[in-house]
Design a protein around this ligand. Sequence first.
Ligand SMILES: *Cc1c(COP(=O)(O)O)cnc(C)c1O
Length: 431
Amino acid sequence: MTATEQDPTQDLAHWAARAAALDAADPLAAHREEFLLQAAPAVSAYLDGNSLGRPLKATAAAVDRFVHHEWGGRLIQGWGQDTHVPDGGWMDWPVDLGDRIARAALGAAGGQTVVADSTTVLFYKLVRAAADHGLARGRDEVVADTDNFPTDRFVLEGVAAERGLRLRWIQTDPAAGITTEQVAAAVGPRTALATFSHVAYRSGHLADAPGITSAVHGAGALVLWDLSHSVGSVPLELDAWGVDAAVGCTYKYLNGGPGAPAFAYLAAGHHGILRQPVQGWMGHADPFAMGTGYDPGPGVRQLISGTPPILGMVPVRVGVEQLHRAGIEAVRRKSLLLTGFALDLADALLAPHGVQVVSPRDPDRRGGHLTVRAGTSGADFRAVTARLWAGGVVPDFRTPDGIRLGLAPLSTSFGEVLEGITALEHLVRSA
Ligand SMILES: *Cc1c(COP(=O)(O)O)cnc(C)c1O
């Protein structure tokens, strides 16, 4: 028996010292101070930054400035080029912000990323574009996995019904995720498109994106990645991996705020070839010609349909600017330390009660969040989550019996991880 097993007080002192040492050595600690932490004084451990990131102080100022000076000051003229305003016209924002995201987080050259719509809608547009491209070449199947995020699965079902496609589902282990071997076995001459999440929303499993992309290409099909849980959390190299298309959220690790517009990436080689289905005036080559007949705009602009959500882009610009300064490699280093610390705490404090970690332990296969299940503890994790929220500890509950600990590296301290897991241990022990 070790001393720690005999004496829980000493155990806690040990973990508190470790959390303090990790926070003291954290090169990104100063970035945490850039957030409006005191805006939610009742929340002492925010472990859901992967569902909705915290606001930055600079975001509040930027929104205020935008309303007063850009919207209020320029009115309709804001859409055009105005040399008095350093940011240029709003018409340029969807691709300009896309380029900023690409530079800070995607490993993609300019002109291939656009900000518009929601992730769901952009996913629909790209699935339809890729499916139609495949159908024209006698490919009528789409490969996906059963544990992908619901919106992706629902959109796929809808497009399959609309276009007469067959969906080939890969059964994935919800405690892990999609593997290259599974994908290589599922794709073939009838595959038009294969689509997966890079980091699984439940387990946090980090898929081998380059390996899977090349397996899909080996079958002559296109690949579409959902990056919602990887952008701003794990480094991406979309150009180098040869990814065809991708979508992702900006309100998770990019801290763009509730309902912030999403981004889509379409590799330059597909521009002018893949056609998205929602043909609107803002994706037209000349939106203000108001003529007859749809003529898609140049490059990635063609993914735009209606008026771009400019106001919603203001916070995204601030979040992406912070990420760019911090550097995605440093973010990933801290992310691995945060999840590693959480794993150690879970093993020491939660496992003895029967709570199970259902996320990959291998750092090469681990995204930015961890999920624990009630296991044999007998605790009702839905009720436990409600009690945690009431006590200022905010993770999220995932059916049927999972608690997901989202550890956003720019805004989460090691002290918060310790506080969250000790609060969970306390509730599980008394269950
Ligand atoms: C969060 C998330 C979404 C959200 O899509 P919305 O259209 O923004 O609601 C989509 N896909 C994945 C994998 C997600 O994690």
